[in-house]
Design a binder for this molecule. Sequence first.
Ligand code: AMP
Length: 448
Amino acid sequence: MFSEFALHERLLKAVAELKFVEPTPVQAAAIPLALQGRDLRVTAQTGSGKTAAFVLPILNRLIGPAKIRVSIKTLILLPTRELAQQTLKEVERFSQFTFIKAGLITGGEDFKVQAAMLRKVPDILIGTPGRMIEQLNAGNLDLKEVEVLVLDEADRMLDMGFADDVQRLVEECPNRQQTMLFSATTGGSGLREMVAKVLKNPEHLQLNAVSQLNETTRQQIITADHNQHKEQIVNWLLANETYQKAIIFTNTRAMADRIYGRLVAQEYKAFVLHGEKDQKDRKLAIDRLKQGGVKILVATDVAARGLDVDGLDLVINFDMPRSGDEYVHRIGRTGRAGNDGLAISLICHGDWNLMSSIERYLKQSFERRTIKEVKGTYGGPKKVKASGKAVGVKKKKTDAKGDKKKVAAKTANKRKTTNRPKAEAPSLVSKDGMAPLKRRKPEAPAAE
Ligand code: AMP
């Protein structure tokens, strides 16, 4: 029960108003320690309720009578605009019975309007690192009195190239008394370095191994012959599955646009979200999806990061994500706060080994599903190794006896085959679930 936490009654009233009854595991573990002022390093997946886990203790610290604000007391940094907007909403919902004010600084919004907001000095400032630095450089931002610093989705901030910006912003908060770092994954050496630099004697709460996905989400694969066949399967799923809202993930902007075009042509109410879309489009897409005017979103990873939409219960991976962690992030869009979800990955011949690497990384086996109305010819590799990967077709040893012509032809053939992509493509997923080899150029993060 939330009432067991030493939280101010005005916060408990807001919690009750939001109909939160039981704290989630990350809230149960983090809130008491955060209330004591401890530095925290928390590994918890998206959808676990981690926002409330840091927002409630922060509000508890700031709560008091209405007063003239003289300095920003809390800074919350996040990797994307959408995530920052969602966090602001969460702060506003929890602080509705208090005098605490929060402000938002992200790219894609009017710089001067933000500067005016900063002059009013919010208690809590939420935003993305790039625009924060710009406001700082313009002399509009003073973080010297920040007491609590939160780095949310820190692993993703590093992935998106914000390491230097984050470091600079951390240095701008020399008087901070508490720092909390959240990440969905255990991260790599970059994250370890950041943890060592930024946190003082932190409590490490590992709420989920990355392999523990939302238990309420079923995970399936459907094999496909090629992209056109995948499109047929998507059509079938959208027409026949029971869902409230669906998200279709692609690895490229071009594919997202293509699928979106097909859906619109079939009079589906859909939106497309990728890094090339401007802020207005992104906001509109998310608002319409939240309100239910639009049921289907086609998106790339960058655009969909941190998206929290109620009733999103179907995720379709048109393209398989390039790493196990990315898979977890995508699937984290559904099955939130205990709701049921369904995640379906469409697997062509070239996707198989990546899919099986992700299964191994997650220590899970996805359910194989066949839809007879749209069944193709490819049903997975003929033979699989113990690892689950396809067994490559071995070439027979050639008998080069005598005939010089035959030998020459065979040698030429051999050269050709070695140039061709091998039946068993190298794994794109390393032990830590990251993709060391990138086949296609990933979408660049949207500029913040
Ligand atoms: P988060 O992981 O912070 O993005 O939260 C995911 C979703 O779960 C958000 O919509 C929260 O409002 C919701 N949520 C968080 N904590 C609880 C709770 N204790 N009970 C019910 N819903 C919650």
